[in-house]
Design a protein around this ligand. Structure first.
Ligand code: ADP
Length: 274
């Protein structure tokens, strides 16, 4: 499912003394079946943009098209429910929203709320648990007896149980240790590669953006500064550094290395088997 914005603008608390224009002139396309990272300084508008992708926020002016649904400035209710099923959103510390007495009940909550029978919801819960790398033994446990990393996986399984086509993630590894971070990031990558779920990731980590994404959006002061592949974005690190972003030397080195290896492979004679 493609997501496309046209001249999207968003103003918080419009017509009040606290009015704040958080986004303006956003014209982007998130292609179907893609992994897009959104980077940018704190306050550049990343989270505000993300919340438009599943209709949580609606543009102040301009529009956003999510699949077949076009959302403009007039308050729209029709179609939003189906969009929230198709686009799952995971905020920072999603485990704070766990509340049921068992893991199974927690994961089933969303699907049952959307009208699925208990039986169907339970089938989805099992599948979602597997997708986040946990086995069925967890189903009858209390979410509150689990480790932080496991709780986060359960919360993500609750979103996956809705069978989203797109998963929108706002700093999903916040607060995890390096190993937990890598595990969760690898898990999202396999949801993309093996299960065909598009990913849109807001991250502070330039490493994660360059390692996993195939497109990167750089936000600056409420609008898109640059859009491109990791190579296009990190090719001119001085530009990003000027925006206050931290571009580790390792990324530049890695990209140069890949370029070199690519060039060498290109030079290899083609092998033919008689
Ligand atoms: P980022 O995710 O890049 O840190 P945000 O989208 O959270 O940026 O914020 C963009 C701008 O909108 C910031 O200037 C922020 O202070 C402002 N903002 C965010 N949420 C609100 C709100 N609820 N009310 C008023 N201003 C807000």
């Amino acid at each position: 499912m493609e997501i496309k914005t046209k001249h999207l603008e968003y103003v918080y608390q419009k017509n009040s003394p606290f009015e704040k224009r958080a986004l303006y002139n956003i014209n982007i396309t998130i292609p179907e079946n893609s992994y897009t990272a959104i980077i940018g300084h704190t306050g550049s508008g990343k989270s505000t943009l993300l919340q438009h992708f599943n209709g949580l926020l609606q543009p102040t002016s301009g529009e956003i098209q999510i699949g077949d649904l076009v959302i403009g400035s007039e308050k729209k209710k029709k179609g939003l429910k189906s969009i929230r099923k198709k686009v799952g959103i995971v905020f920072q510390f999603p485990e704070h929203q766990l509340f049921e007495e068992t893991v199974e009940k927690d994961i089933c909550f969303g699907p049952m709320n959307f009208g699925l029978s208990e039986e169907e919801a339970k089938i989805r819960a099992k599948k979602a648990l597997k997708q986040v790398g946990l086995n069925e033994e967890f189903l009858q446990k209390s979410p509150f007896d689990l480790s932080g990393g496991q709780m986060r996986r359960i919360a993500i399984a609750g979103v996956l149980a809705m069978k989203p086509e797109v998963l929108v993630l706002d700093e999903p590894t916040a607060g995890l240790d390096p190993r937990g971070r890598t595990e969760i990031m690898d898990m999202f990558y396999s949801l993309y590669k093996q299960h065909g779920i598009s990913i849109v990731l807001v991250t502070h980590s330039m490493e994660d953006a360059s390692k996993y994404a195939d497109h990167i959006i750089v936000m600056h002061k409420g609008t898109v500064y640059k859009y491109g592949t990791p190579r296009e974005i990190f090719d001119s690190p001085e530009e990003l550094i000027k925006l206050g972003l931290d571009v580790p030397e390792s990324i530049r080195f890695q990209l140069k290395l890949e370029e070199k290896i690519g060039a060498q492979i290109g030079k290899q004679p083609s092998i033919s088997i008689n």
